[in-house]
Design a protein around this ligand. Structure first.
Ligand SMILES: C[S@@+](CC[C@H](N)C(=O)[O-])C[C@H]1O[C@@H](n2cnc3c(N)ncnc32)[C@H](O)[C@@H]1O
Length: 344
């Protein structure tokens, strides 16, 4: 049974652009990132989106997987992200890297710590974690997509991070440890049994260590995901499959839900941080969000001409619906392993 919610701490952070400047080798990612056409000369915007307090739910808001069909098998998910390869890398400065850095900041990774990054992608969180641990620490970064792992290895090498290892492995089977920190950024809702997989990952942490989960806040990518699902359904005549489980995403898409879920895993002293991120999208960035992310799985099996039609339908719909900015707000939940937490 979950401990009382009153025992949880909730931290609500309203980030300004300066707060969210993700630093990696001197590169900065503002909290509101511009479309690709603007990226060479990014406009700066005052303030991020507002945070909401614990328990303040928005019932009308849904999540990025709404109106999608079945949840894919892990091998299919790995293949989707493998194919995303170069597009995933181009999307990274807009999406994956600022979210990864915000996660490492919320976790407070310290010098000398041993870190597990499950579902690591191309290193959006593993690289800043390894910078934070320094050479005295160690980061094991695991994923199913070999093309993303290869990118991660290149980044680790470019940063001289010999203590950061990118390993091809299934997060549901990884049994090394103990770690001071285990984290999973935008991946838990892809795991076939989110509760069992995360109980296991939390069990890889030493007593007193931290387990962190980053997930989409309710409403994030909602309008965009809806327009894409409509465009794909128009082409396929059926609900498209998704790497993310809709049920899993919605179970943890608010501060209170994520906090209670982490407490239910047996973690103590739970804190949830809201990380606002707004993307200004032009046509190029809009399509990159599809082909450089898990949304790409919705195109599986369509031939080139069908994909082009989906692209045109989506871009027209965004135009008609006046969607030029995307809410990509995430929640970072961090809990501490108590002695009783056991690996399953
Ligand atoms: C949305 S991406 C996020 C990647 C990275 N954490 C980031 O934020 O940049 C989700 C990642 O989870 C990986 N993934 C999904 N299921 C997995 C599993 N069972 N084991 C390992 N990785 C998995 C995918 O291959 C993909 O790289």
């Amino acid at each position: 049974m979950a401990p009382p919610v009153a025992k949880m701490k909730t931290i609500v952070i309203i980030m300004t652009c300066r707060d969210n400047e993700a630093q990696e080798g001197g590169r900065r990612s503002p909290c509101r990132t511009a479309g690709l056409a603007e990226a060479a000369h990014p406009r700066r915007h005052a303030g991020g989106a507002g945070g909401s307090r614990m328990g303040a739910e928005s019932p009308a808001r849904v999540n990025p997987t709404h109106r999608t069909g079945a949840h894919m098998e892990p091998s299919g998910i790995g293949a989707v992200f493998d194919r995303a390869g170069a597009d995933f890398a181009r999307l990274a400065p807009h999406l994956w890297d600022p979210i990864g850095q915000a996660t490492v900041d919320a976790v407070g990774v310290r010098p000398g710590e041993r870190v597990l990054d499950a579902c690591c992608g191309a290193g959006g969180s593993a690289v800043p974690a390894a910078i934070a641990t320094g050479a005295q620490g160690r980061v094991d970064a695991i994923d199913l997509a070999e093309s993303l792992l290869a990118q991660g290895r290149e980044r680790a090498s470019a940063h001289g991070l010999a203590h950061l290892r990118f390993i091809h492995a299934d997060a549901t089977r990884w049994d090394a440890g103990p770690y001071d920190v285990a984290m999973c950024v935008l991946g838990v809702f892809m795991l076939p049994d989110m509760d069992a997989a995360c109980a296991r990952l939390a069990g890889a942490v030493r007593p007193g260590g931290r387990f962190a989960v980053t997930t989409w806040a309710g409403g994030a990518l909602e309008d965009f995901g809806g327009a894409l699902a409509d465009a794909v359904r128009e082409e396929r005549g059926a609900q498209p499959a998704s790497p993310a489980s809709r049920g899993s995403v919605t179970r943890i898409d608010s501060e209170s839900k994520l906090g209670a879920w982490l407490a239910g895993l047996g973690l103590g002293d739970v804190a949830v941080t809201r990380v606002p991120l707004e993307l200004v999208v032009d046509e190029e960035l809009a399509w990159l969000l599809v082909v450089g992310s898990g949304f790409r799985g919705m195109l599986d099996g369509l031939d080139e001409r069908a994909v082009s039609r989906v692209q045109r339908t989506l871009l027209d719909a965004l135009d008609e619906r006046g969607i030029s900015t995307l809410d990509a707000t995430t929640l970072v939940g961090v809990g501490h392993r108590q002695d009783a937490t056991a690996a399953s």
